[in-house]
Design a protein around this ligand. Structure first.
Ligand SMILES: CC(C)(COP(=O)(O)OP(=O)(O)OC[C@H]1O[C@@H](n2cnc3c(N)ncnc32)[C@H](O)[C@@H]1OP(=O)(O)O)[C@@H](O)C(=O)NCCC(=O)NCCS
Length: 318
């Protein structure tokens, strides 16, 4: 994969300002400003190194004289002006709840092919979730690219990864689960994100035995039973975020690489043989959800932005 280092241009060749995406978003600012801070996690293979979260990161003490290297992204409401710069990954957490009027609006921004796909869902709830998820995606991307959402030129990679065609530098990925969606955005940098609502998983050991690497199965079985489901979802989301960043999805054998999952360990990815270097982050949007983000290693600033429903999100980006 090659990445353009040209300034951002529209398909017609108009350069975007200062090689970054400026968001002139109306709405309340974040009290205390939006100055990123960061922290080194340490060295290792594709380890989440720095997380800046709307001005702060969460970093817990692990014990006397010892910093806990686990960091979890905390999400903030977006500030008035939101800028996506090279070297950053922004993750938007959006609750997919939407009023009938908002759903009708979002349906209106879908392409004819997307509307056909929506109609193939068997229940109204699934139809609505797809319309909301895809309509919000188009609205966010349209806001970034200064295009009407319906004009965002989307297509798909060989293995189904959605992407923007036409020479734009913006890359994205998305995931949805349990009425919640995560959208990851970056410039010139492939990203993959995976979100799962944590739910009872009585067969997690056998799923792990089937899909995980031998080392991961050993790790999982070493976790006390009362923490095992959480470890399973940490592992699962980290693996899916990686296969989605690469773009292969589940065509890439899940046992061909290893991720960390022990509650005491930071997110780590060991994908020997992959010439790309990746960073892995924990980006759970809240209690009851596991989520992971993978981006190219040089992209180490991660910001999280939360929208409480589809209306709020479309209000900012639309
Ligand atoms: C991508 C995949 C891992 C998604 O996992 P999931 O947990 O079920 O769903 P998520 O909500 O996390 O992600 C879904 C989104 O991933 C994106 N996606 C689809 N294929 C992708 C790929 N190859 N790489 C990255 N992202 C992909 C899409 O945007 C999709 O959203 P949409 O359904 O609204 O269009 C999985 O569906 C997959 O591998 N699909 C590829 C094709 C396939 O099924 N291959 C079978 C083996 S060869």
């Amino acid at each position: 994969m090659t990445y353009s280092t040209d300034p951002i241009t529209t398909p017609s060749g108009t350069p975007m300002p200062s090689a970054s995406l400026m968001f002139d978003l109306r709405g309340p600012g974040i009290p205390g400003g939006n100055t990123p801070k960061s922290a080194e996690l340490g060295s290792g293979t594709a380890i989440g190194r720095r997380i800046a979260i709307g001005g702060r990161f969460e970093r817990a003490a692990a014990g006397p004289g010892c910093d806990d290297v686990r960091m979890r992204l905390s999400y903030r409401r977006p500030s008035c002006q939101w800028e996506l710069r090279p070297g950053e990954i922004h993750v938007c957490s959006v609750a997919l709840a939407a009023s009938p009027g908002c759903i009708a609006h979002l349906e209106g921004v879908l392409s004819p092919e997307e509307r056909r796909r929506a109609c193939r869902f068997r229940t109204a709830a699934l139809w609505e979730a797809f319309v909301a998820g895809r309509g919000i995606l188009r609205t966010i991307l349209g806001g970034c690219l200064k295009l009407p959402p319906s004009n965002v030129p989307l297509d798909y990679g060989e293995r189904g990864k959605p992407r923007i065609c036409g020479g734009y530098r913006l890359r994205f990925n998305l995931s949805h689960s349990g009425g919640q969606a995560l959208y990851a955005l970056a410039l010139d940098c492939e990203v993959g994100v995976d979100l799962e609502q944590i739910r009872p998983m009585p067969d997690c050991d056998s799923i792990a035995a089937r899909f995980f690497s031998a080392a991961e199965v050993r790790d999982l079985l070493s976790v006390p039973p009362d923490q095992r489901v959480e470890a399973f979802f940490a592992c699962w989301t980290r693996k899916e975020a990686y296969v989605k960043a690469v773009g292969d999805g589940l065509c890439l054998p899940l046992d061909s690489f290893r991720v960390s999952m022990l509650p005491s360990e930071p997110p780590q990815l060991d994908a020997t043989g992959d010439s790309h270097e990746w960073s892995l982050f924990d980006v759970s949007p809240g209690q009851g959800y596991a989520a992971a983000l993978v981006g190219e290693r040089s992209r180490t600033e991660v910001y999280g932005w939360a929208f409480s429903d589809a209306e709020e999100c479309t209000g900012y980006f639309g």
